[in-house]
Design a protein around this ligand. Structure first.
Ligand SMILES: [Zn+2]
Length: 242
């Protein structure tokens, strides 16, 4: 009798002290992914979110090194698409708008701190008109996959559709790839420049990739244009280099 009571009391104490969410051990990329969803849903205070993003950065670099990541310099970045016939660029690459951009506005951002690359898909079936096959989205940099979204459906609050975010430990920046029809990676994966991370999709407009690069400044992600990197990597890709 005494024994039973003691056991019950101990159990209650333990379960109160460690609620479910705290007993699971998350890796830093998984924590980043959880935070990413909170930011998108506007469920976290801006300052708190920035503090966590800042804190996770060193952990991501450590994680990358411990798991065999390979540093890739910016000049060696890969073109973000592969296995396509031809592509076109929104406004010939002049589609970047960052004025008043705020990462913590979640999915409500009205500006376009990004570049859109369209594939040949006149019948909107997500396949390249010439090859009849999907076009691969590949990572420009090497890094750690820090966030993914894979369950987008029409009507979703997420304007970016299915997406992948990858932290680049060489440059302390992170990439955002969106409107994917398929996602092939998950948070915690280590990727090398040119690795496939998904396939090009669409969310209501033309079939395209929306790609963005951000650098966290004290935890506040600031976008930067990468059209020059896109032109250079495209030239390398078309010349058969990677
Ligand atoms: Zn876009």
């Amino acid at each position: 009798m005494t024994k039973t009571i003691f056991f019950t009391i101990t159990f209650i104490f333990v379960s109160n002290a460690f609620p479910n969410s705290d007993t699971i051990e998350y890796s830093v990329p998984q924590l980043w992914d959880i935070l990413d969803k909170k930011i998108l849903l506007l469920q976290i205070d801006k300052e708190e979110g920035a503090k966590l993003l800042d804190e996770y950065e060193q952990g991501l670099v450590k994680y990358f090194m411990e798991n065999g990541g390979r540093y890739v310099q910016r000049r060696d970045w890969a073109f973000p698409l592969a296995n396509f016939t031809s592509v076109t660029h929104r406004e010939e690459g002049n589609d970047y708008r960052e004025t008043n951009y705020d990462y913590f506005q979640g999915s409500d951002s009205k500006v376009h701190p990004a570049h859109d690359i369209f594939i040949l898909d006149s019948d909107k079936d997500l396949l390249d008109d010439e090859t009849g096959k999907p076009v691969d989205v590949v990572t420009m940099c090497s890094g750690v996959v820090v966030a993914t979204f894979t369950t987008w459906a029409p009507g979703s609050y997420l304007r970016g559709g299915n997406y992948v975010k990858i932290f680049d430990p060489t440059n302390y920046k992170f990439f955002y790839y969106s409107h994917l029809s398929q996602v092939n990676v998950e948070p915690g994966d280590i990727v090398d420049a040119g690795d496939k991370i998904g396939e090009v999709g669409r969310t209501g407009s033309k079939t395209h990739l929306h790609i963005s690069l951000l650098k966290s400044v004290n935890g506040y992600p600031v976008p930067e244009p990468i059209i020059d990197d896109i032109w250079k990597s495209k030239e390398n890709y078309l010349n058969g280099k990677k």
